[in-house]
Design a protein around this ligand. Sequence first.
Ligand code: FFO
Ligand code: GTP
Ligand code: MG
Length: 431
Amino acid sequence: MEPIVALATPWGVGALHVIRISGDASKNTVEAFLDKPLQKPRHASLRYFSSEKVEDQVVAIWYSEPHSYTGEEMVEIMCHGNPAIAELIIETLLDAGMKPAQPGEFTFRAFLNGKMDLTQAEAVNDLILARSTELLKAGENTLKGKLSDRIASLRNKVLNVLAFLQAAMDFPEDVEESSIEEQLREILVETEDLIESAKTAEILRKGISLVIAGRPNVGKSSLMNALVGMERSIVSQIPGTTRDYIEQYTVLGKIPVNVVDTAGLRHTDDPIEQEGVKLALRRIEEADLVIFLYDASTGWTDEDKQMFNLIQEEKTIVVGNKIDKGKGNEQHPKAYFVSAKEKTGIDRIIEAIHQLMNITEPPKLLVSQRQMGLLEKTLGDVHDALEHLSVYAEVAADDLFSALRNLTTLIDGDVEEDLLSTVFSNFCIGK
Ligand SMILES: Nc1nc2c(c(=O)[nH]1)N(C=O)[C@@H](CNc1ccc(C(=O)N[C@@H](CCC(=O)O)C(=O)O)cc1)CN2
Ligand SMILES: Nc1nc2c(ncn2[C@@H]2O[C@H](COP(=O)(O)OP(=O)(O)OP(=O)(O)O)[C@@H](O)[C@H]2O)c(=O)[nH]1
Ligand SMILES: [Mg+2]
C-alpha cells in the first residue's frame, strides 16, 4: 500500500521521538536521506538523517515485509526528542511522496494484512487509553486474542446447533429437541457473560454520575464532602443552603464517579429555590445512581416518602444520616446508616455502589461498544431461536444464521462498514 508516515510518540519535548513509516518502498525512500543503507532487517542502526530541512543523528530500524507490525515493509526512526526535528523529518518524507497516516491507520493495515483481528485491533487503543490497572489487564487479555477465542468458540457452538437443527429437520425421530434447547441455553449464558464484561469495562472506563438527593438540611452537602474528601459544597444549618447543583469528580473504590450535590427537595414559594429543585430533579433523572438521603435522627417521615416517590427506586440507595445523634422511630427498611459529619458508614455506601453497578470482580476482557452492540444482537437472535424452536425449525435456523453473521462481524468487521472511520477514527495518530 502507499507509504504512510506519522509521529508515534506524543508531540512535545522528550528524550526521543519515534517516527513510524509503513508501506511500499519505505526503506528506499528513507535511505535516500541516510548516510548509509539499512543493512539488516530488525536491527537498530546508527545513521545520519539529512535533508535540506533537517539533519540529526538517529537510530533506525527496517522491518522487511511481512515481518512487521503492519505486515508491510516498515521503518522506524528514533530521532532526538525535539518536536521540531521530528516534524522536519516527517516533512522531508512527505515531500518525498509519503502520506500522513490517519488515526489508527498502522493498526488498520495490521488488521487488513491478517496480523490481528478486529477485536485485537480495537484492544490496542483501549490498552493505550486504559486509566486503571484493571482495565489494562483486561486490554492485554483482549490483545492476546482471548476475546476472539471466546467468540470463535461461541460461533462453533452456533454452527453445531445449526447442524443439529438441520438433522432434526431431515430426520426428526433421531434428534432430541431438548438437546438443541440445552445447547442454545448454554450459548445464551456465555453471550450474557461477555455482555456483562463489556458493561463492567464500560463503567470502569467512563465512570458514573451519582446524584445526592433528599429534603433540605438532611446533610447532602456534608455527605458530598465526605465522599469526595474535600470541602467542596457549602454546609450550613439553614435549610435551602444548596440551590444550584455542585459537581465533583472523584474515584470511589474502583469506580470513577461524578458526584452531584443538589438543592433540597421541598415545595417552596422562593422562585430561585424552585429553579434549584427543578435542576435537582433533572439531574436525578439523568443519574446512573441516586443516593436518597434522610435524617435518621428524626426518622423516615411522610415528607421523605413524598419526595422519594419522585425517584426511580431501582437506581437508588437510601441512606439515613446523622446517626451520631441517634435514631428516630421510623426508618426506611433498606437504609444504610452514616454520619456525614463524623464520616462513619461511608465505606458501606461505596460497597453498595459497587453492588448496584454490578462491579463485583474486575473485567477479564475489554469489550468495545461496537462489540457489545453485536453481542446484544446475537443474544436477541439466540432468544428468538429458542422461541421459534418448537414451532418453526426453519425460522430458528434463520435466527441462528443471523447470530453467526453477527459473531463473524465481531471478529472480522463488516464488508460494508467503513472501518477506518468507525473503528479506527478514535485512535491516536501513529498507532
Ligand atoms: N519499536 C516498536 N516498539 C513497539 C511496537 C512497534 O511497532 N515498534 N509495538 C507496536 O504496537 C508494540 C509491540 N508490538 C509489535 C508487534 C509485532 C511486531 C513485529 O515486527 N511483528 C513481526 C515479527 C514477529 C516476530 O519476529 O516474532 C510479524 O508479526 O511478522 C513488532 C512490534 C510495542 N512496542
Ligand atoms: N449531627 C450531625 N449533623 C450533621 C450531619 N450531617 C450534616 N449535619 C448538619 O446538618 C446541617 C445541614 O447540613 P448540609 O450538609 O448543609 O445539608 P443539606 O442537605 O446539604 O442542606 P440543603 O443544602 O439546605 O438542602 C448542618 O448544620 C450540618 O452540620 C451528621 O452526620 N451529624
Ligand atoms: Mg446542601
